[in-house]
Design a protein around this ligand. Structure first.
Ligand code: M6R
Length: 601
């Protein structure tokens, strides 16, 4: 979603801000802008579309100044247009904003007059300007403005005549202050600030900050001055380059053997699972898992593992539904939240609902400095490194690996497996990076099949057991980056309705490893073929040997014990979507309408 950069520097701010905004592109955006203060004078430039349009504008209409704020906007209130792009300005005030001001209509009515944009953010600038008009000093005017806001925001104010002042606030959307040498920075995440500084202070919920080149002063939610820790957060530059790949998504798919090894190194010790933090799954009688999108699909796979291996009941909910359902949570229920970014607004809200009710709040996150991590009692990192592609790939397989380790731990703690079985499972886990490497060898076949699949208007994905959530992952990946309509069904459910869709124009991708459900899945696949559906069977050598007669095409994966299959079968789900998107020429890393981290509900 939207990205923020703020600079009080000793170099020209505009090029540094454009560079920082480029690093924020991965979050998804449809317009961008910057404002600077030069000789005390506030000015701004804004452009619709990709950052290159803003950069072009700056060539023709440069902006000087050592202090500035910048923003990439993902449209919520009002479509993508120059007028709606940030920074928003009213008189002496410019402001950039992530989040949604829920009471903006009320504030607009109160302020009256003409409005330049349709955004909620313009009201923030207008309100602050009014307080300045009333004679308030800058800090008081900004704080009085913030007092009036309802909703979610990360805000950064810049003022005419004030080249050494930024005022920031955080409520519901993350914001970090970067400490340089005689320079100070503000960023919506560590990636924005990566090359500028690795010394960061994360604002806490409700914090307000006054930033000058001399440092930062922070007030907490109760108005008390507080000293927040400065942490070293190194951002690995290597991991945010494309490393020779055409897209970040391709790079991230190919990183999986390494990222899986990284997470397994963290969770395995000898023959045992020893996670970085402890939790006693024997003391809980149920797990409530909550997440969105691909992270939710990881939970659905994990349900099979926790219930199958550890005999521990699991409920899985979509965060946007769960947060308003007000479902009962027993005091013995463990709540577990999965999120790559750790900032997804719905997941965070669900976590806050569960916090006073559940036995404990566990999270499985990639960004360990995130809000979800900071508000959890136990954090399980997934160590996937920075994931830039909007379509989640390596974070998904690392979420799965971490969740499988936790399920094995739970099985041991609950006496459902003995040491020998645990050692066997750990050996299987250690083989996974090499198997995923082998699985990546299907890429050329996926690329060839993609040419045909790219012509389809609808594609169906089928699977049974843990392959059913994998079918969902295949359909989600394909939809989000190729814009082809795709649906996932449990193979056995097909005959209860969706089989009516099947004809010779419908490609049907079937995930069917040789597992105890294989024959059942193949029977459902035959039902599809009997109606001329074009089946792409994804299986192992034994599965293809047994069932490839009459299918349209096949993809062969290495053989693996069924419990590990979901991690391996993620690879064809990702590669098929990726190559179909490339064949269709879509914007793979920043697909239309999508944002990497969804910080609004
Ligand atoms: O950062 P999170 O894991 O909380 O994000 C959840 C979803 O927004 C995310 O997985 C989304 O579905 C991906 N674009 C899927 O590829």
């Amino acid at each position: 979603m939207c990205g923020i950069i703020g600079i009080l520097g000793d170099h020209q701010a505009a090029p540094i801000m454009v560079d920082a905004l480029k690093r924020l592109e991965y979050r998804g955006y449809d317009s961008a802008g910057i404002a600077t203060v030069e000789d005390g004078r506030l000015d701004r430039r804004r452009a619709v579309g990709k950052l290159v349009n803003l950069a072009d504008l700056l060539v023709h209409e440069p902006l000087a100044g050592l202090a500035g704020i910048g923003h990439t906007r993902w449209a919520t209130h009002g479509g993508p247009s120059v007028a709606n792009a940030h920074p928003h300005r009213a008189g002496r005030v410019a402001v950039v904003h992530n989040g949604i001001i829920e009471n903006f209509r009320e504030l607009r009515d109160e302020l009256g007059g003409d409005w330049e944009s349709q955004t909620d953010t313009e009201t923030v600038a207008r309100l602050c300007e009014r307080y300045l008009d009333e004679g308030m000093p800058h800090r008081d005017a900004a704080f009085a403005t913030i007092d009036r806001l309802e909703g979610a925001y990360a805000l950064c104010f810049l003022f005419d005549g004030e080249p050494d002042l930024l005022i920031c606030a955080r409520a519901g959307s993350p914001l970090a202050i970067g400490h340089g040498d005689g320079e100070m920075f503000v960023g919506s995440d560590a990636i924005a600030l990566g090359p500028l500084t690795d010394r960061l202070t994360y604002l806490e919920e409700g914090d307000r900050a006054v930033v000058t080149r001399a440092g930062v002063e922070i007030w907490d939610i109760h108005g008390n001055r507080s000293n927040r820790e400065i942490r070293r957060v190194p951002v690995d530059r290597q991991r945010i380059e494309k490393a020779g790949h055409r897209h970040y998504m391709a790079k991230e798919i190919h990183e999986q053997p390494q990222t899986l090894k990284d997470v397994l190194d963290l969770y395995l010790d000898g023959d045992r699972v020893v996670p970085p933090d402890g939790y006693d799954f024997a003391a809980t009688d149920r797990i409530q898992m909550v997440a969105c999108g691909t992270a939710n699909i990881a939970c659905s796979v994990a349900k099979y593992w926790f219930e199958g291996l550890a005999r521990l009941p699991v409920e899985v909910d979509i965060a946007s539904e769960y947060r308003y359902r007000e479902g009962p949570i027993g005091a013995d229920t463990t709540a577990l939240f999965v999120s790559q970014s750790g900032e997804t607004a719905d997941t965070l809200a669900a976590l806050r609902y569960a916090t006073p009710r559940a036995r404990a709040i566990l999270s499985v996150v990639n960004v360990t400095e995130s809000s979800i991590a900071r508000e959890s009692s136990v954090v399980f990192p997934i160590r996937a490194g920075v994931e830039v592609g909007v379509a989640s790939t390596k974070a998904f397989t690392n979420q799965l690996a971490a969740l499988l380790c936790l399920a094995i731990l739970a099985a041991r703690q609950r006496g459902e497996i003995d040491a020998a079985r645990e050692a066997e499972l750990v050996t299987g886990l250690r083989r996974l990076p090499a198997l995923v490497s082998q699985a990546l060898a299907i890429e050329a076949r996926c690329e060839a099949l993609a040419v045909k699949l790219a012509e389809a208007t609808d594609i169906l994905f089928l699977g049974r057991g843990p392959m059913f959530p994998l079918a969902h992952e295949g359909a989600l990946k394909l939809k989000e980056i190729s814009y082809i309509h795709a649906e996932a069904y449990a193979s056995g459910e097909l005959k209860h309705g969706p089989i009516a869709l099947v004809d010779r124009t419908l490609p049907v991708v079937v995930f069917a490893p040789m597992d105890p459900l294989f024959d059942k899945t193949v029977s459902n696949m035959q039902e599809v073929m009997a109606r001329e559906g074009q089946v792409l069977l994804v299986s192992d050598a034994a599965g293809l040997e047994a069932a490839s007669d009459g299918v349209w095409e096949t993809l062969m994966l290495p053989e693996v014990e069924p419990v590990f299959a979901p991690i391996l079968y993620a690879v064809p789900a990702q590669l098929l979507a990726y190559h179909v998107a490339v064949a269709k020429g879509t914007d793979v890393d920043q697909p239309r309408n999508l944002a990497k981290s969804v910080t609004v509900e």
